[in-house]
Design a protein around this ligand. Structure first.
Ligand code: PAF
Length: 293
């Protein structure tokens, strides 16, 4: 079946009403790569055997960009994206204009709690998660999905959206999709396209740093020496390696998987599930990545 491309809220509502079953939804900002397409395929599998359609959205959301960020230059490649989505098994693409999604200046916002949203990415991108939650909540209201799939590459975003859905009582099953990586390990990202050839070769250091953290944490676990000061030393070592290669690192942090807060000594000793998250700048490009430990 061919994919339907829809640009207005009215058409979206009519299309979804005609289909009758609540969709699986994959929100994106476009400029799609294989990581996004894997989320579409995951959504497709999650609704297999049911009448639920797979719906994707493409919308570059101004609310989540800071004043000095790349809103204006963010790549907009709708035609190519639509073709890739259709091939991946998407049924409906919702690609609204800014005037359609924000017909009035968006004064009502969904503000996530400080303890989740002002750490890590939020500490370096003020207001970012308010912008994300506001648009995702709005898209959820329009699409009314029963399932929504978000990439684990944006680990903090996934956690914040899971909590938003719980606290707002939205009947949506939030699923995380595994990060897809290039052969050398670089996590696929729309922003990789900003890298020069030399920077692209260097970019592999980011996952290299995360893998080094994983090795060091595993070794400390084996020798029962994983505590807060060991974690701090491992983080500092990783940041030092990146910075020595010319990166400007915002953070490399080992946190609890469940809420992204630091683990206590007791939790570290008891094998608390951890994740290392990083954001670092190579030239003008800011890349993020994470690895569960
Ligand atoms: O992850 C993204 O691409 C965006 O943050 C999202 C979830 C589509 C909201 O604009």
């Amino acid at each position: 079946m061919t994919m339907k491309i829809i640009h207005t809220v009215a058409e979206l509502r009519a299309e979804l009403a005609a289909r009758g079953a609540a969709p699986a939804f994959v929100p994106t900002m476009g400029n799609l790569h294989d990581g996004h397409l894997a989320l579409i395929k995951q959504a497709r599998e999650l609704v297999a055997g049911s009448a639920s359609p797979v719906v994707a959205s493409i919308f570059v959301n101004r609310l989540q960009f800071g004043p000095n960020e790349d809103f204006d230059t963010y790549p907009r490649t709708l035609e190519r994206d639509a073709q890739l989505l259709a091939e991946a098994g998407c049924d409906v693409l919702f690609a609204p204009s800014e005037a359609e999604l924000y017909p009035q200046p968006q004064g009502y916002k969904v503000v996530p709690p400080t303890e989740l949203a002002d750490i890590l990415e939020g500490a370096f991108r003020p207001g970012f998660f308010t912008g994300v939650c506001t648009v995702v909540h709005k898209l959820f209201n329009l699409v009314q999905p029963r399932i929504a799939v978000f990439g684990k590459k944006d680990y903090q975003q996934l956690m914040i959206i899971r909590n938003m859905v719980i606290q707002m009582g939205l009947p949506i099953d939030i699923r995380g999709g595994e990060t897809l990586r290039a052969d050398d390990g670089l996590a696929l990202s729309s922003r990789n396209g900003y890298l020069s050839a030399a920077e692209r070769a260097e970019a592999v250091q980011l996952i290299g740093a995360l893998r080094a953290v994983k090795v060091a944490v595993s070794a400390a676990r084996v020798s029962s020496s994983l505590n807060l000061s060991a974690v701090a030393a491992i983080e500092a070592e990783a940041q030092g390696t990146l910075d020595a290669c010319g990166w400007k690192t915002d953070y490399v942090m080992v946190r609890r998987q469940r809420d992204l807060l630091p683990a206590t000594d007791a939790e570290l000793a008891q094998g608390e599930p951890l994740v290392c998250l990083t954001a670092s700048r190579l030239g003008k490009t800011r890349l993020i990545d994470n690895l569960e430990l």
